[in-house]
Design a protein around this ligand. Sequence first.
Ligand code: C5P
Length: 233
Amino acid sequence: MEKDVIIACDFAGREEVMNFLRKFTDEKPFVKIGMELFYAGGPDIVREIKAMGHKIFLDLKLHDIPNTVKKAMSVLSALDIDMCNVHAAGTVAMMSAALEGLTRPDGSRPKLIAVTQLTSTDEERMRRELLINESLEETVLKYAENAKTAGLDGVVCSPLEAASVKNRCGKNFLAVTPGVRFAGGDVNDQKRVTTPAMAREIGSDYIVVGRPITQAENPLAAYRRCLNEFLEK
Ligand code: C5P
């Protein structure tokens, strides 16, 4: 299975992201475009970055009634993206509709993964505000199972959950994991972090890395270090 490092391009607009991507001349990293950049730059920024030769994970985390999500996904499928996502909390019916909408007339489609529980949600909040009384781990695993039932390719989860997700859903079910930091590096606002090498050992297929690369003094060197550690080159 192909493993890769995805750079979270959390930039405010076109100029900032282009300044960043210009630093990469030999390699074309897989990039994640999230809500901030997409709402600022729209579909044009996706087309422009794709035309530069990058693979794209469009991280818009759709969550609405199945029909709306299906139609929105069908619009996104016209963009030449490689991966996109929904919230598993939208139910199996919503995830199935998303998959249907995303599948192009020729049968091809980007990978579709589901957000289980956001890493910003803790068990206490889940109980108190969402009235979910199962443990956080069991909730993540159940949501992953739902995503698998709907035919999705995998989930976004903490690297620390990657092994149990694979146990429950099979080794080919993708674990896409943010929360990665270099040994001794800044943790920022992430709570539970692992190094690229540890993420590989636990079973992540793709690591999503933002600030350790985007805010590094030398982003190209940081990207290469991350790739080497994750792919054990
Ligand atoms: O800068 P940093 O490496 O923390 O960036 C991680 C990226 O992954 C951000 O774009 C963040 O929104 C995203 N993400 C996350 N935790 C989740 C889901 C997405 O950190 N559970």
